[in-house]
Design a binder for this molecule. Sequence first.
Ligand code: KIV
Ligand code: ZN
Length: 524
Amino acid sequence: MSQPATDRVRIFDTTLRDGEQAPGCSMTLREKLRVAGALRELKVDVIEAGFAAASPGDFEAVQAIASQIDGPIICSLARCHPGDIDRAAKALAPAARKRIHVFVATSEIHRKYKLELATEEIIRRAAESVRLARESCDDVEFSAEDASRTEPAYLAEVVSAVIEAGAGTVNIPDTVGYTVPAEFADLFAYLKAHVPNLGDTVLSVHCHDDLGMAVANSLAAVSAGARQIECTINGIGERAGNCSLEEVVMALRTRNEHFGLTTGVNTSRLYPTSRLVASITGMHVPRNKAVVGENAFAHEAGIHQHGMLKHASTYEIMRPDDVGISRSNLVLGKHSGRHAFRERTEDLGFSLGDEEINRAFDEFKRLADRKKEIFDADIEAIILNADGAAGPWTLDELHITAGTARAAEAEVVLSHSDGRRLEQSVTGDGPVEAAFLALEQATSVDLQLRNFEVRSVTIGEDAQGEVTVTVEYNGDSFRGNGISTDIVEAGARAYLDVINRVSRRRQRKAAEDDGEAAGEAASI
Ligand code: KIV
Ligand code: ZN
């Protein structure tokens, strides 16, 4: 069988833009920087850091990533409006390598009902915006939103016009996850045949997963000539999500003899990055999820285990190591030292500074007092939940009395980074409610609980529980995580994590208001 020539496909990660746009997936600046750092290690080609004009928070995130993350191209989305393009250019100014990504919808449905614009006007705005973006950035991408439902002949005209205006990459999104692989491949073949000035412009693909075909459609597009795939970690994104980065990258790698295409992704970072994004967003990966799910490499059936023992290739098309799952039989416990602990964290793909290792090791020792065997998933959970230590509040003590015959009672002792120490006792319907009320009253933060989820970190009776809570505060949604072998304590830690996020937001807001007041006073 003849082998096709290997060609390079660029991986454009939009976890921080399209992924973050999904309900419940919003991230703080600090979390976005953590994810961007992981994406750099993963060696993606482009990081879409946000939509700078969407809000001051988005602008700040794009700017911070642009100034702190080197290596990949840093990109900001912008509508075809001069104001958006200006915000994107300003936020990206510190980046060593940058891209402005402008978009406008092109399908008849969007033209008629959303934009109320004629075809010629859309082409004019698209081309003008690309030209404007090129004035501040050499690397400009254009997206024809809802391209898969756009008339192919009109789409070819739009693509030709934006290339003429200076776009180096043209993205063909399946915005509503409507297309199917053969049809989408035909669309790319059509564009290749009908856009006379395509030259070396990179055609890009961006698929949503409404019908569960985002990865298949992206693969069909690259088979038909696209050379950039837009995707997100764990496939997070609007509605059913986007094309999953780990799946599309591993499909190209595992079936290289079929596709003849490579990426620059360091696949051994896929699993740690997936865990980081799941932990930060609270969007847990199903156990049977391809490539990074807990069961992706577990062989349960006797006949499979027998085959695996004879030769792994009988039932395994990828090795766990290829995606960075380094499951070992090594179990740590009470007597394991700092050195063994550090080595294990490194094997698991974390590179922690001394301060982080010390904090995680203290947590590990506390856990080892309660739990005989500490598994890899426990260590991951300790490290991924370390942000809870960012304060200002720390839970020093939690006492719960609960039973079927009387109301539950919770007593919390908290300390604040400013030196205060507070105690609060409260009764509630159950132990979790009592603990949450005690925390709210002690900190004077009033929250509306919207969701409470518990997940077992490992198996076994002494397994740790990981609680994720989602709350509403002043119309905004916040999420917090907590882990413990006791799920009431895990819940209290998750709730305090949220209270800390709210408190940090209040502190930041107060500092900004002070700054503005000082600025106004100076200018009077
Ligand atoms: O789905 C979509 O069409 C998008 C564009 C803005 C690229 O996210
Ligand atoms: Zn999208």
